[in-house]
Write a protein that binds this ligand. Structure first.
Ligand SMILES: N[C@@H](CCC(=O)N[C@@H](CS)C(=O)NCC(=O)O)C(=O)O
Length: 202
């Protein structure tokens, strides 16, 4: 399998953590890809022009991160990261969607404040996305007591919190969320989290 891969994308991080947790990491070849490079050929694999994109051994291209993670979860016979049926499945997928929503809003904030020229920055858009992040974090803080075994939603939540630390440190998300902060401290010690900490290329 081949993974279109920049080291800073939190969505790619979800896939990398899933690959490590399922023991599949050594089967994935990384293809360095910068989706923001005007010359990138990423669209040849993913017409949406986004990473992650996974090229399977059969040559099919899978995107986006929930689809790739579910595909990987079907390739191992350990404990499933995505419950196959029942209420637990919907809780996992709902929480993954919540974490991905935090990521979507956070990436929009980052793009607005770092890539758009300051003169045409849209402040009320930034405020709207910030409110999304704050509300969703409050929901996670309320639910943290029910977080269990490592699973897709906890991987997604870990990636969302890691991205906030990486790109939106001024948000200071821990200030009013001590339980979530403590959970993140503990989950950050996992090998899969440590080996995928985002860093800007030198
Ligand atoms: N919903 C997608 C989001 C992927 C995404 O937004 N990736 C960003 C990188 S962090 C990207 O490729 N952006 C390029 C663009 O928007 O043109 C997923 O879960 O994979």
């Amino acid at each position: 399998m081949k993974l279109r891969y920049p080291p800073t994308s939190p969505y790619v991080r979800k896939v990398s953590i899933t690959a490590i947790e399922t023991g599949l990491d050594s089967r994935i070849e990384r293809i360095p890809t910068n989706p923001w490079d005007p010359a990138t050929d990423l669209a040849d694999d993913n017409p949406i022009g986004k990473v992650p994109a996974l090229i399977t051994d059969g040559g099919e291209v899978l995107f986006d991160s929930p689809v790739i993670c579910e595909f990987l979860d079907g390739l191992h016979d350990g404990y499933p990261l995505i419950p196959p049926t029942g209420g637990a499945r919907w809780t996992a997928l709902r929480r993954q969607a919540l974490a991905d929503g935090i990521l979507d809003a956070s990436v929009l904030i980052f793009v607005e404040t770092n890539r758009r020229p300051e003169a045409i920055r849209w402040e009320s858009w930034i405020e709207r996305q910030t409110a999304v992040v704050e509300r969703s974090l409050d929901v996670l803080e309320e639910g943290v007591a029910s977080f269990g075994h490592i699973s897709i939603e906890l991987i997604a939540i870990g990636c969302a919190l890691g991205y906030l630390d990486f790109r939106l440190g001024d948000l200071d998300w821990r200030r009013t969320r001590p339980n979530l902060a403590e959970w993140f401290r503990i989950v950050s010690e996992r090998r899969s989290m440590q080996e995928t900490v985002p860093a800007d290329p030198a």
